[in-house]
Design a protein around this ligand. Structure first.
Ligand code: NAD
Length: 349
């Protein structure tokens, strides 16, 4: 695996938030989402060869801190991420993250990157890539419920990858909807601010729920969801945090990333352990069918899995080639004699 021209192996390329933003703006957000979705889809196709484990979570009353590791045998990656729904009241993000890729052969890190922005991109790219496989053909209208940090990325992913033209927005906090409407203005989609979730889902073929609340919330009730819809539920992503009434789950065909993680964290935590789900990689590889008819309700219970972060870091690493959008971090000790770590410290006096 080639690192972006490090001057020494001991220097680790680091992508700051500033450089991440420059990289995205140079590429264009919609192009970034499309390219990223391709990397994620490629890794879903080789799903079986990855090391997989549910993320390692440390819960508190305020939120959760998680580590998300995986490896394809050549490259190892992990993400550190938090989820703290009340943070925004203090002017802090609900979700922040950073991540790392390492060369399996030497164990040396080859990339360290901010992943707060990258997580929003990879979540939107995953949602849209999944919707491309499951949503009704020619879906044009998206209901976007929860208009916080993830929402505009979600909207543009569905536009760029699925072809969404109309977005109906709802949030319990009107200022969040106003912010999202402002950010999405001029992006070639029509926008409608709605007063209730019921109003938001009128005429929508795809419903995205991306709300943040550390509780069993019911953003959608059973009577709201008609036949043929695709639901992209990404906000319920840890134990004790759900968005959908369980009757919706009973009526839907539910698609997930990695069942051992989703059964703990997803909306299906409300269902019995043997509740039937389909793994998304099986749909993508053609092993099983996704949508089979136009009355079927498909539901992606997306909690975010380590392989998507691995794909995102892999994408960023490739995009860095030939750019100056990284710094070289002096992060690894590099004594001339590998066994003389002590001598190296002494010589620094
Ligand atoms: P955020 O705090 O920036 O925004 C959440 C929004 O939800 C807020 O504007 C809030 O007012 C709104 N909201 C809360 N309850 C609501 C309700 N009942 N109806 C309508 N709106 C409601 O959070 P964010 O960064 O946008 O993240 C949203 C959720 O997505 C979080 O729970 C986060 O953990 C989750 N998330 C999931 C993934 C994934 O891969 N599945 C990735 C990133 C974030």
């Amino acid at each position: 695996m080639k690192a972006p021209t490090p001057s020494k192996l001991a220097y680790v390329p680091f992508v700051s938030v500033d450089n991440m933003m420059k990289l995205i703006l140079r590429t264009g957000i919609e192009t970034t989402l499309k390219e990223l979705a391709k990397y994620i889809e490629d890794d879903f196709r080789r799903w079986e060869l990855f090391d997989k484990t549910p993320r390692v979570a440390s819960h508190s009353a305020e939120g959760v801190i998680e580590l998300m590791p995986t490896s394809d045998g050549e490259v190892y990656g992990f993400k550190y991420v938090n989820g703290h729904p009340s943070n925004t009241k203090e002017g802090l993000q609900t979700v922040t993250a950073f991540g790392l890729l390492a060369d399996v052969a030497s164990g040396y890190p080859v990339l360290l990157s901010e992943m707060t922005v990258l997580t929003a991109l990879r979540t939107a790219a995953t949602s849209a890539m999944v919707a491309k496989h499951l949503a009704p053909k020619n879906a044009k209208t998206l209901a976007l419920i929860g208009n916080g940090a993830q929402s505009e990325f979600q909207a543009l992913g569905m536009k760029a990858i699925v072809g969404i033209e109309h977005i109906r927005l709802y949030d319990i906090d009107k200022t969040a909807t106003e912010k999202a409407m402002h950010n999405l203005a001029g992006m070639n989609v029509t926008l409608t601010a709605c007063q209730s979730p019921q109003e938001a889902i009128e005429g929508a073929e795809i419903i995205t729920t991306c709300t943040a609340d550390k509780q069993y919330a019911t953003i959608l009730t059973d009577n709201m969801v008609g036949a043929g819809i695709h639901i992209n539920a990404i906000g319920g992503d840890c134990p004790g945090k759900t968005e959908l009434h369980k009757d919706i789950l009973s009526r839907s065909d539910v698609f997930v990333e990695y069942p051992p993680q989703t059964r703990i964290e997803g909306d299906i935590q409300q269902m019995p352990d043997d509740f039937p789900v389909t793994e998304m990689w099986e749909v993508i590889t053609g092993k099983v069918k996704g949508r089979t008819n136009d009355r079927q309700i498909t539901l992606f219970d997306g909690v975010g899995f380590a392989i998507e972060d691995f794909s995102a870091l892999r994408y960023i690493k490739d995009k860095l080639q030939g750019t100056d959008l990284f710094q070289q971090l002096d992060m690894l000790a590099d004594p001339d004699d590998p066994r003389d770590l002590f001598g190296m410290v002494q010589r620094a006096k």
